[in-house]
Write a new protein. Structure first.
Length: 240
């Protein structure tokens, strides 16, 4: 268990040396396959992409696109609550090799040994395991990325930008109605797959050069941005 910034603890799943070696080899193979599938606005745990690239993409998006509302969202305990059966269905959609499927199932079901106590793994992917970041991206590719791409094309009435870094995501909207509709439908979408948005880390933020003035006129305070990898860039633009 390691401490989190909010005072809680986060469990790390440390695999054996043998598993680490096999996981790394499988991840190298799967990365070649899935890098052809993953979308451009996904940045977390991908080869040649970093937190800084996500920030740069967000900076370009909010600088060059009319964005007046921001949905700043965090998936609650994603790595701890990811559904194994949905994950395997997504993997099997692209990977037909049953040996690879069997290995991934074994990693998911391996359990956690603390001292002499073995706890079964019924949900979640172990944080600290080599394969977990890729498996998380596979799930979110189908649950969020493909869905939001279609939602933006079919239902948005104005400009929309999206940046996802692992289980943190930021979406910018030209119109408030689009932002609110997106947030509502995103909650419904996640519920289908056993996921939920963190109530304290997910918010709708009024954005843009006139946002502070508009909120003041309505008797509200300045909008807040909490996600650590987003906050510096949004505040710079907000101050303009």
């Amino acid at each position: 268990m390691i401490p989190k910034p909010d005072g809680r603890e986060r469990p790390l799943g440390i695999a054996s040396i043998e598993d680490k070696i096999v996981q790394r080899a499988i991840v190298e193979v799967l990365n070649v396959i899935y890098e052809e599938e993953f979308l451009g606005f996904s940045y977390g745990f991908r080869p040649g992409r970093s937190q800084h690239d996500a920030l740069d993409a967000l900076w370009v998006g909010i600088s060059n696109t009319p964005v007046n509302w921001i949905v700043d969202a965090d998936i609650r305990s994603f790595f701890d609550t990811c559904d194994h059966e949905w994950l395997m269905r997504f993997v099997e959609h692209r990977i037909a090799d049953r040996r690879i499927q069997r290995l991934i199932r074994k990693w998911l079901k391996a359990g956690v040994l603390e001292g002499t106590v073995l706890t079964a793994s019924e949900i979640g992917t172990p944080q600290g395991a080599v394969a977990s970041p890729l498996l998380a991206n596979i799930v979110l590719h189908y649950v969020f990325d493909l869905w939001v791409q279609q939602w933006r094309r079919r239902y948005a009435h104005g400009n929309v930008i999206v940046v996802r870094y692992a289980d943190d995501l930021v979406a910018g909207f030209e119109h408030e109605a689009d932002a609110r509709a997106f947030l509502d439908e995103l909650r419904t979408r996640f519920e289908v797959f056993g996921l939920s948005l963190h109530p304290e880390k997910t918010r709708l933020i009024e954005f843009g050069r006139h946002a502070a003035e508009n909120r003041t006129n309505r008797g509200l305070g300045k909008p807040d941005v909490h996600v650590s990898w987003v906050r510096p860039h949004l505040r710079q633009v907000q101050a303009r």
